[in-house]
Write a protein that binds this ligand. Structure first.
Ligand code: NAD
Length: 288
């Protein structure tokens, strides 16, 4: 397949390289990054011209909308625009409408699995858009990832992503504050893990990504909280879930509080550049 890949940062570059290694003809474009091993175009429009599928992996919805304005007029009729960035649901739907009006297919297909998953080709894709477009792009999802769930119409992929990450943000905070409470109560962290990981308080944050160093499986806590999944990326996703909740009229008090705590952590408490599980040392410090 002829693929244009726009946005070749931490996630996009390894995803594009996996497609090229699998034998697809990949033309890349990025305003800054120049990853080794990829053929690059001079502009987003030049990369998109003649491609069967244009994949974008960009920082946010505003940039996605700007890139869509450039690539949609250059794409051949019937081609598919597949955005894998994490963006607001409104931008995902607006870009899908714009693509549809130009005779193109469109998918929103955000991912989970992080940089490690992008490199290993083990991402999970959450996909919104029409059946035919999903069927066309599914073989590419199989190369870049291990699972693709077709969640519904345009925007459904982004909706699934931000709901998942709202749960993740809330459970990580709950796990960290519980560990810090356990410390204050004199409870050994390993014993806390042994009980909770097999009791009703268990979660992915506790069992798979334990925020306490030396406890549970290897996680960023064992590497001085180097990301992993940076606190500012969690804040981005919590901002998106709160914006979606406000526009849909949904009551999300725990999501709102998680957003507030990560905002303070990133902006005022030195959390920027640290893994999102570094909420644990933050609570320990607060507790004195
Ligand atoms: P990144 O900042 O490393 O990469 C973004 C790339 O987009 C950069 O190389 C930048 O130069 C390029 N870019 C910006 N504006 C552009 C434009 N107008 N035209 C072309 N290229 C442009 O970010 P990332 O970590 O690769 O994340 C990309 C997306 O994936 C984000 O939406 C992020 O939320 C999401 N995501 C990231 C992770 C993660 O662990 N990093 C996990 C899941 C989802």
């Amino acid at each position: 397949m002829k693929i244009a890949f726009i946005g070749l940062g931490n996630m996009g570059a390894p995803m594009a390289l996996n497609l090229a290694r699998a034998g697809h003809q990949v033309m890349g474009f990025d305003t800054a990054a120049r990853p080794d091993g990829l053929t690059m175009a001079d502009s987003a429009a030049a990369a998109a011209a003649g491609a069967d599928v244009v994949i974008t992996m960009l920082p946010n919805g505003q940039i996605l909308r700007a890139v869509a304005d450039q690539v949609i007029p250059a794409m051949r009729p019937g081609a598919i625009l597949c955005d894998c960035s994490t963006v607001d649901v409104d931008s995902a739907r607006a870009v899908a409408d714009q693509a549809r009006a130009a005779g193109l297919g469109a998918l929103d297909a955000p991912v989970s699995g992080g940089i490690g998953g992008a490199q290993a080709g083990t991402l999970t894709f959450m996909v919104g858009g029409p059946d035919e477009a999903f069927a066309t792009v599914a073989p590419l999802f199989d190369i870049m990832g291990q699972k693709a769930v077709h969640c519904g119409d345009a925007g459904a992929g982004q909706a699934a992503k931000i709901c998942n990450n709202m749960i993740l943000g809330v459970t990580m905070i709950a796990t960290c504050e519980a560990f810090a409470l356990a410390d204050k109560l004199g409870l050994d962290r390993q014993k806390m893990f042994d009980v909770v990981s097999t009791s009703s308080g268990y979660s992915w944050s506790m069992n798979a990504y334990c925020p306490a160093p030396g406890v549970g499986p290897k996680s960023p806590a064992d590497n001085d909280y180097k990301p992993g999944f940076a606190a500012e990326l969690m804040l981005k996703d919590l901002n998106l879930s709160q914006a979606a909740a406000a526009s849909a009229g949904a009551d999300t008090p725990m999501g709102a509080l998680a957003r507030q705590l990560y905002d303070r952590f990133v902006e005022q408490e030195g959390g920027r550049g640290r893994d999102f599980s570094a909420m644990l040392p933050r609570f320990v410090e607060k507790n004195g």
